[in-house]
Design a protein around this ligand. Structure first.
Ligand SMILES: Nc1ncnc2c1ncn2[C@@H]1O[C@H](COP(=O)(O)OP(=O)(O)OP(=O)(O)O)[C@@H](O)[C@H]1O
Ligand SMILES: [Mg+2]
Length: 264
Protein backbone atom coordinates (compact mmCIF):
# COMPACT_ATOMS: atom_id res chain seq x y z
CA UNK A 1 0.00 0.00 0.00
CA UNK A 2 2.61 2.42 1.08
CA UNK A 3 4.92 1.65 -1.82
CA UNK A 4 2.00 2.24 -4.18
CA UNK A 5 1.62 5.71 -2.80
CA UNK A 6 5.29 6.36 -3.33
CA UNK A 7 5.18 4.91 -6.86
CA UNK A 8 2.45 7.31 -7.79
CA UNK A 9 4.64 10.24 -7.09
CA UNK A 10 7.42 9.22 -9.48
CA UNK A 11 7.21 11.78 -12.25
CA UNK A 12 7.14 10.07 -15.62
CA UNK A 13 10.18 11.01 -17.64
CA UNK A 14 11.53 9.19 -20.68
CA UNK A 15 15.27 9.86 -21.02
CA UNK A 16 16.12 11.09 -24.49
CA UNK A 17 19.91 11.30 -24.38
CA UNK A 18 22.40 10.88 -21.58
CA UNK A 19 20.79 13.62 -19.49
CA UNK A 20 20.13 11.43 -16.44
CA UNK A 21 23.73 10.27 -16.24
CA UNK A 22 25.06 13.78 -16.83
CA UNK A 23 22.82 15.26 -14.16
CA UNK A 24 23.82 12.60 -11.64
CA UNK A 25 27.48 13.36 -12.20
CA UNK A 26 26.88 17.10 -11.99
CA UNK A 27 25.08 16.56 -8.68
CA UNK A 28 27.87 14.35 -7.35
CA UNK A 29 30.44 16.99 -8.22
CA UNK A 30 28.30 19.85 -6.88
CA UNK A 31 28.17 21.54 -10.25
CA UNK A 32 25.26 23.77 -11.24
CA UNK A 33 23.25 22.64 -14.24
CA UNK A 34 21.82 24.70 -17.09
CA UNK A 35 19.06 23.37 -19.34
CA UNK A 36 18.74 25.11 -22.66
CA UNK A 37 15.91 24.63 -25.07
CA UNK A 38 12.55 25.71 -26.39
CA UNK A 39 9.30 25.51 -24.50
CA UNK A 40 7.63 22.15 -23.91
CA UNK A 41 10.68 19.93 -24.38
CA UNK A 42 10.53 18.27 -20.98
CA UNK A 43 12.96 20.44 -19.02
CA UNK A 44 10.75 20.93 -15.96
CA UNK A 45 9.64 17.31 -16.00
CA UNK A 46 13.26 16.19 -16.17
CA UNK A 47 14.21 18.28 -13.12
CA UNK A 48 11.23 16.89 -11.17
CA UNK A 49 12.31 13.40 -12.12
CA UNK A 50 15.92 14.00 -11.08
CA UNK A 51 14.91 15.52 -7.74
CA UNK A 52 12.84 12.43 -7.09
CA UNK A 53 15.64 10.09 -8.16
CA UNK A 54 18.24 11.86 -6.03
CA UNK A 55 15.77 12.14 -3.14
CA UNK A 56 16.23 15.85 -2.75
CA UNK A 57 13.53 18.45 -2.26
CA UNK A 58 12.80 20.57 -5.31
CA UNK A 59 12.13 24.28 -5.15
CA UNK A 60 11.09 25.80 -8.46
CA UNK A 61 11.20 29.54 -9.02
CA UNK A 62 9.65 30.85 -12.22
CA UNK A 63 11.63 33.95 -13.11
CA UNK A 64 10.12 36.92 -14.90
CA UNK A 65 11.09 40.55 -15.51
CA UNK A 66 10.17 41.59 -11.98
CA UNK A 67 11.98 38.78 -10.19
CA UNK A 68 14.57 40.38 -7.92
CA UNK A 69 17.20 39.03 -5.57
CA UNK A 70 14.93 40.00 -2.66
CA UNK A 71 12.27 37.60 -3.97
CA UNK A 72 14.86 34.84 -3.96
CA UNK A 73 16.89 35.62 -0.87
CA UNK A 74 14.35 36.98 1.58
CA UNK A 75 12.95 40.07 3.20
CA UNK A 76 11.96 41.68 6.47
CA UNK A 77 8.27 41.63 7.22
CA UNK A 78 6.43 43.60 9.84
CA UNK A 79 4.29 41.53 12.16
CA UNK A 80 2.56 43.54 14.87
CA UNK A 81 5.26 45.51 16.61
CA UNK A 82 8.01 43.19 15.39
CA UNK A 83 10.15 43.04 12.33
CA UNK A 84 10.82 39.47 11.26
CA UNK A 85 13.21 38.11 8.70
CA UNK A 86 11.70 35.70 6.19
CA UNK A 87 13.99 33.47 4.11
CA UNK A 88 13.24 33.48 0.39
CA UNK A 89 13.05 30.22 -1.58
CA UNK A 90 16.70 30.31 -2.63
CA UNK A 91 17.92 30.78 0.94
CA UNK A 92 15.64 27.97 2.12
CA UNK A 93 17.01 25.68 -0.57
CA UNK A 94 20.62 26.61 0.16
CA UNK A 95 20.10 25.82 3.85
CA UNK A 96 18.20 22.57 3.53
CA UNK A 97 20.02 21.05 0.58
CA UNK A 98 17.35 21.30 -2.09
CA UNK A 99 17.57 21.40 -5.83
CA UNK A 100 16.64 24.99 -6.60
CA UNK A 101 15.35 25.33 -10.15
CA UNK A 102 15.40 28.84 -11.60
CA UNK A 103 13.10 28.54 -14.57
CA UNK A 104 13.82 31.11 -17.32
CA UNK A 105 16.67 32.60 -15.35
CA UNK A 106 17.63 35.07 -18.09
CA UNK A 107 14.32 36.86 -17.61
CA UNK A 108 15.11 37.83 -14.01
CA UNK A 109 16.57 41.16 -12.95
CA UNK A 110 20.36 41.49 -13.10
CA UNK A 111 20.68 41.44 -9.30
CA UNK A 112 19.45 37.82 -9.34
CA UNK A 113 22.37 36.85 -11.54
CA UNK A 114 24.75 38.68 -9.22
CA UNK A 115 23.25 36.90 -6.20
CA UNK A 116 23.76 33.42 -7.64
CA UNK A 117 27.36 33.92 -8.75
CA UNK A 118 28.94 33.01 -5.41
CA UNK A 119 26.70 29.93 -5.26
CA UNK A 120 27.79 28.68 -8.65
CA UNK A 121 31.55 28.60 -8.11
CA UNK A 122 33.86 26.96 -5.59
CA UNK A 123 32.58 29.23 -2.81
CA UNK A 124 29.08 27.73 -2.75
CA UNK A 125 27.82 30.43 -0.49
CA UNK A 126 25.00 32.93 -0.48
CA UNK A 127 25.48 36.46 0.72
CA UNK A 128 22.40 37.92 2.37
CA UNK A 129 23.11 41.63 2.11
CA UNK A 130 20.13 42.73 4.19
CA UNK A 131 21.45 40.70 7.14
CA UNK A 132 25.13 41.14 6.35
CA UNK A 133 25.38 37.35 6.57
CA UNK A 134 26.97 34.69 4.44
CA UNK A 135 25.34 31.25 4.32
CA UNK A 136 27.37 28.21 3.31
CA UNK A 137 25.39 25.90 1.06
CA UNK A 138 24.26 22.53 2.39
CA UNK A 139 26.11 19.50 0.92
CA UNK A 140 23.10 18.55 -1.21
CA UNK A 141 22.22 22.00 -2.48
CA UNK A 142 22.20 22.15 -6.26
CA UNK A 143 21.36 25.05 -8.50
CA UNK A 144 19.58 24.28 -11.76
CA UNK A 145 18.53 26.91 -14.27
CA UNK A 146 16.74 26.86 -17.57
CA UNK A 147 16.80 29.26 -20.39
CA UNK A 148 15.34 29.55 -23.83
CA UNK A 149 18.18 30.57 -26.18
CA UNK A 150 17.90 33.81 -28.07
CA UNK A 151 16.22 32.79 -31.28
CA UNK A 152 13.06 34.14 -29.73
CA UNK A 153 12.51 37.84 -30.12
CA UNK A 154 12.36 39.69 -26.86
CA UNK A 155 14.07 36.97 -24.91
CA UNK A 156 17.15 37.95 -23.02
CA UNK A 157 20.59 36.42 -23.28
CA UNK A 158 22.81 35.12 -20.50
CA UNK A 159 26.27 36.63 -20.11
CA UNK A 160 29.26 34.33 -20.69
CA UNK A 161 30.43 34.95 -17.13
CA UNK A 162 27.13 33.45 -15.95
CA UNK A 163 26.82 30.68 -18.53
CA UNK A 164 30.32 29.45 -17.90
CA UNK A 165 29.50 28.62 -14.31
CA UNK A 166 27.12 25.83 -15.35
CA UNK A 167 27.30 22.39 -16.89
CA UNK A 168 24.92 22.89 -19.79
CA UNK A 169 22.73 20.69 -21.97
CA UNK A 170 20.41 21.36 -24.88
CA UNK A 171 16.91 19.93 -24.84
CA UNK A 172 15.30 19.23 -28.17
CA UNK A 173 12.23 17.38 -29.40
CA UNK A 174 12.64 13.61 -28.92
CA UNK A 175 13.05 11.16 -31.81
CA UNK A 176 9.66 10.12 -33.31
CA UNK A 177 9.61 6.73 -31.61
CA UNK A 178 10.34 8.20 -28.19
CA UNK A 179 7.94 11.08 -28.69
CA UNK A 180 5.10 8.70 -29.63
CA UNK A 181 5.86 6.70 -26.49
CA UNK A 182 5.67 9.87 -24.38
CA UNK A 183 2.33 10.79 -25.98
CA UNK A 184 0.83 7.37 -25.27
CA UNK A 185 2.04 7.37 -21.70
CA UNK A 186 1.08 10.97 -20.96
CA UNK A 187 -2.28 11.20 -22.69
CA UNK A 188 -3.53 7.65 -23.00
CA UNK A 189 -4.02 8.17 -26.74
CA UNK A 190 -3.87 5.09 -29.00
CA UNK A 191 -0.64 4.19 -30.79
CA UNK A 192 -1.85 5.01 -34.30
CA UNK A 193 -3.02 8.48 -33.32
CA UNK A 194 0.18 9.07 -31.35
CA UNK A 195 2.29 8.28 -34.40
CA UNK A 196 0.16 10.54 -36.55
CA UNK A 197 0.44 13.39 -34.06
CA UNK A 198 4.21 13.01 -34.02
CA UNK A 199 4.28 13.09 -37.85
CA UNK A 200 2.20 16.25 -37.86
CA UNK A 201 4.52 17.77 -35.27
CA UNK A 202 7.63 16.98 -37.26
CA UNK A 203 6.08 18.18 -40.50
CA UNK A 204 5.28 21.57 -38.95
CA UNK A 205 8.69 21.75 -37.25
CA UNK A 206 10.30 21.47 -40.66
CA UNK A 207 8.27 24.33 -42.14
CA UNK A 208 10.89 26.93 -41.30
CA UNK A 209 9.45 29.38 -43.85
CA UNK A 210 6.41 30.04 -41.66
CA UNK A 211 8.61 32.08 -39.34
CA UNK A 212 6.85 30.85 -36.20
CA UNK A 213 8.52 32.12 -33.03
CA UNK A 214 8.06 28.73 -31.40
CA UNK A 215 7.16 25.52 -33.12
CA UNK A 216 5.18 22.42 -32.12
CA UNK A 217 6.33 21.24 -28.70
CA UNK A 218 5.88 17.82 -27.18
CA UNK A 219 3.53 19.54 -24.73
CA UNK A 220 1.15 20.57 -27.54
CA UNK A 221 1.14 17.05 -28.94
CA UNK A 222 0.42 15.63 -25.49
CA UNK A 223 -2.50 18.05 -25.16
CA UNK A 224 -3.87 16.96 -28.54
CA UNK A 225 -3.51 13.35 -27.43
CA UNK A 226 -5.51 14.06 -24.29
CA UNK A 227 -8.37 15.63 -26.25
CA UNK A 228 -8.46 12.71 -28.68
CA UNK A 229 -8.35 10.24 -25.83
CA UNK A 230 -11.29 11.95 -24.14
CA UNK A 231 -13.36 11.70 -27.32
CA UNK A 232 -13.00 15.00 -29.17
CA UNK A 233 -12.75 14.42 -32.95
CA UNK A 234 -9.13 14.01 -34.04
CA UNK A 235 -8.96 16.87 -36.53
CA UNK A 236 -10.59 19.28 -34.15
CA UNK A 237 -8.23 18.18 -31.38
CA UNK A 238 -5.20 18.93 -33.54
CA UNK A 239 -6.60 22.27 -34.57
CA UNK A 240 -7.27 23.55 -31.06
CA UNK A 241 -4.35 21.92 -29.24
CA UNK A 242 -1.59 22.24 -31.83
CA UNK A 243 -2.39 24.79 -34.53
CA UNK A 244 -4.29 27.59 -32.83
CA UNK A 245 -1.75 27.95 -30.01
CA UNK A 246 1.04 28.33 -32.60
CA UNK A 247 -0.17 31.28 -34.64
CA UNK A 248 -2.75 34.05 -34.86
CA UNK A 249 -2.32 34.48 -38.59
CA UNK A 250 -5.49 33.27 -40.35
CA UNK A 251 -3.60 32.14 -43.46
CA UNK A 252 -1.07 30.15 -41.50
CA UNK A 253 -3.80 28.54 -39.43
CA UNK A 254 -5.67 27.54 -42.57
CA UNK A 255 -2.58 26.15 -44.27
CA UNK A 256 -1.58 24.15 -41.19
CA UNK A 257 -5.12 22.88 -40.70
CA UNK A 258 -5.24 21.62 -44.29
CA UNK A 259 -1.88 19.96 -43.86
CA UNK A 260 -2.82 18.32 -40.56
CA UNK A 261 -6.19 17.13 -41.89
CA UNK A 262 -4.39 15.14 -44.57
CA UNK A 263 -2.35 13.41 -41.91
CA UNK A 264 -4.96 12.43 -39.34
N1 LIG B 1 11.18 13.14 -22.10
C1 LIG B 1 9.92 13.30 -21.64
N2 LIG B 1 9.37 12.38 -20.82
C2 LIG B 1 8.10 12.53 -20.39
N3 LIG B 1 7.30 13.56 -20.71
C3 LIG B 1 7.79 14.50 -21.53
C4 LIG B 1 9.13 14.42 -22.02
N4 LIG B 1 9.34 15.50 -22.81
C5 LIG B 1 8.21 16.21 -22.81
N5 LIG B 1 7.26 15.61 -22.04
C6 LIG B 1 5.87 16.07 -21.90
O1 LIG B 1 5.85 17.43 -22.32
C7 LIG B 1 5.23 18.25 -21.34
C8 LIG B 1 5.98 19.55 -21.25
O2 LIG B 1 7.22 19.33 -20.61
P1 LIG B 1 7.84 20.39 -19.60
O3 LIG B 1 6.77 21.13 -18.90
O4 LIG B 1 8.84 19.67 -18.80
O5 LIG B 1 8.55 21.36 -20.66
P2 LIG B 1 9.58 22.54 -20.43
O6 LIG B 1 10.73 22.24 -21.32
O7 LIG B 1 9.82 22.73 -18.99
O8 LIG B 1 8.80 23.77 -21.04
P3 LIG B 1 8.84 25.34 -20.63
O9 LIG B 1 10.12 25.86 -21.21
O10 LIG B 1 7.63 25.89 -21.31
O11 LIG B 1 8.78 25.40 -19.14
C9 LIG B 1 5.25 17.45 -20.06
O12 LIG B 1 4.13 17.75 -19.28
C10 LIG B 1 5.22 16.03 -20.54
O13 LIG B 1 3.89 15.64 -20.78
MG1 LIG C 1 9.30 24.32 -17.66
Amino acid sequence: MESNLIDKKIPYYLPVHKEVEIFEHAAKNKLPFLLKGPTGTGKSRFVEFMAFTLKRPLITISCHEETSSTDLIGRFIIKGAETLWLDGPLTTGVKKGAIVYLDEVAEARPDVIVAIHSLTDHRRELFIDKLGETVKAHEDFMLVASFNPGYQRGFKELKPSTRQRFVAMSFEYPEPKAEAEILIKESGVDEDSAKRLVSIGNKIRNLKELGLTETVSTRLLVDAGKLIHSGLPKRLSVKVAVIEPLSDDAEIIEALTDLANLMI
